[in-house]
Ligand binder design. Structure first.
Ligand SMILES: C[S@@+](CC[C@H](N)C(=O)[O-])C[C@H]1O[C@@H](n2cnc3c(N)ncnc32)[C@H](O)[C@@H]1O
Length: 506
């Protein structure tokens, strides 16, 4: 196999991580919060550019009915994505084409949603141009584009580090596999640090980063740092390039990033409020956040269409609790300006309302009514739900008819993921027809679901099944005490797993 395609390293596959921000239901929530209608006039047409192993794409194709396409140039990715698609029978078309070839595909339809996570800042200018052309030709009017990029200024200071790793790959002369070359580059950086490099000084950001990444997944590191064209992107440059295809910025794909009041203090809020220009304001946010990766949502909407009616009432949006209420209330999220305690109002009120027996999805209207005694208004209910969604405690739920439609493909895909988990620890999510997306599930939790499906009904029996599977596979073993703890958690979570249709009725 060629080691690179137009400067993008293809010598090894990427990780199997599931990315919830590209789920249609999450995109719907994110756009709804910005008063942008989510395309809904016919079954959704969805395209993922650079789908990696296709874990997210397969989960979305199975869980959220529609027509799904994707493309990737790495043969190992194409094989994995297609084997999952064959198992689920979702009809996903996981192509083995470059972006350029995709542009010329004779049957490529117009899409309502196009996503490109981990692509924009990692490919060449020519490929970025092709992506813009794909968006111009193949995204419908009113269509949504979700993309992630390496953010400026947050990651800009690591550009020299990436340069060093890439140069070492090309000129280091070490031979060996791509992992040997990665290790040699990291070794050079560490040697420079020891030799007194000011850039890698231990207290510097690059120095701390270097220490941190030594324990990262090597497949991730290869795909993050070793490409020829890796380049952190300034928001306004990206927004201006995408404007050539008629796209305009809607907001952040990470729901928590949509709420300035959760992210910035008073002084920063006043400063942001004083900036009228949208691009300058978003750039100012990027300077305040200084994050590494930025996930953004754009809509294809011409000036003249901006007067279109706002999305339908939110009151019939539904939500479902994904973890037991008692446990959910012990969690917290540390935000830059405050820690959000889920055991306190308004989180507690929403969790209690969603946790009431029987465990089932509840509409925003029901939740607002339940919370009215706690003086929590509609806006706050919605914001609280979004925080809980981002924390993987609550999920948006699809209408009943879509749940029924998605259930068979989800069940087949999950059976395949569970089968693989007996011998490997890669995919850590399952497809829920209720949420229309993926739900995180560690290997041990997946082994318990397998045990459950085979009739085991006690924590001891689940733990024994998990231990046996781990002994046989010899992959990422977990100690006995931790397995028992996990089995007790599994027992508590049975009602939620059933409500998410990840197991049959509890
Ligand atoms: C960092 S990975 C991200 C994968 C996936 N979107 C995810 O988030 O897990 C970037 C992907 O883009 C693919 N890619 C890079 N250049 C491409 C091109 N010119 N045409 C098609 N796919 C490409 C790579 O093979 C890789 O799978």
């Amino acid at each position: 196999m060629d080691e690179e395609f137009e400067g993008y390293v293809t010598a090894t596959p990427y990780t199997h991580v599931y990315y919830p921000e590209s789920a249609p239901s999450r995109l719907h929530l994110a756009t709804f919060n910005r008063s942008i209608p989510f395309p809904s006039s016919r079954p959704l047409r969805y395209l993922e550019l650079g789908y990696g192993n296709g874990v997210s794409l397969n989960i979305h194709a199975a869980a959220s009915p529609g027509e799904y396409w994707g493309t990737d140039i790495n043969p190992a990715h194409v094989a994995t994505a297609n084997s999952l698609a064959a198992a689920s029978g979702s009809g996903l078309k996981a192509l083995a084409s470059s972006f350029e070839e995709l542009l010329e595909h004779p049957d490529l339809p117009q899409f309502d949603v196009i996503v490109a996570l981990g692509v924009w800042s990692w490919v060449s200018d020519a490929n970025r141009k092709t992506i813009v052309e794909l968006l111009r030709r193949k995204l419908v009017e009113g269509g949504i584009f979700c993309m992630s990029s390496v953010a400026m200024p947050g990651f800009g200071e690591l550009t020299p580090f990436q340069h060093l790793l890439r140069l070492n790959l090309k000129r280091g002369g070490t031979g060996g596999t791509i992992f040997d070359k990665l290790a040699s580059g990291l070794g050079l950086a560490t040697a420079l640090q020891k030799a007194g490099s000011q850039f890698f000084a231990e207290e510097s950001r690059a120095g701390r980063m270097l220490d941190g990444i030594k324990t990262s997944n090597p497949n991730y590191l290869v795909h993050e740092y070793l490409h020829e064209h890796w380049r952190p992107s300034f928001f306004a440059e990206t927004a201006s390039t995408l404007a050539e295809a008629g796209l305009r910025f809607v907001g952040n794909g990470r729901l928590l990033d949509q709420f300035d009041e959760l992210n910035f203090g008073r002084e920063a809020l006043d400063l942001l409020a004083s900036i009228d220009d949208l691009w300058l304001r978003e750039t100012a946010r990027d300077f305040l956040r200084s994050g590494h990766v930025k996930t953004d949502i754009y809509v294809k909407q011409h000036e003249a269409d901006r007067s279109r009616p706002p999305p339908r009432s939110a009151l019939d949006l539904e939500f479902v609790l994904g973890v037991p209420a008692l446990l959910a209330k012990t969690r917290k999220v540390r935000m830059p300006v405050a820690t959000l305690e889920f055991g306190a109002p308004p989180f507690r009120n929403i969790i209690d309302a969603l946790g009431a027996e029987p465990c089932r999805p509840r509409s925003l209207k029901e939740l607002i009514e339940e919370c009215s005694s706690g003086q929590i208004d509609k806006e706050e209910v919605l914001r609280t739900l979004m925080v809980l969604v981002e924390a993987d405690i609550v999920y948006p739920a699809q209408p009943r008819a879509r749940v029924d439609e998605a259930a068979p493909a989800c069940s087949r895909l999950n059976a395949e993921i569970l089968r693989r988990t007996l011998t490997e620890n890669r995919i850590q999510a399952l497809a829920s027809p209720v949420t229309g997306g993926g739900v995180p599930a560690s290997r041990i939790q997946q082994l318990f679901i397998l045990a459950w499906n085979q009739g085991a009904r006690s924590p001891d029996a689940w733990a024994k099944f998990g231990l046996d599977a781990m002994d046989k596979s010899d992959v990422d073993k977990v100690n006995v005490a931790d397995i028992l703890k996990e089995a007790l958690y599994f027992q508590q979570r049975l009602p939620q797993l059933a409500a998410l249709k990840l197991i049959d009725e509890a």
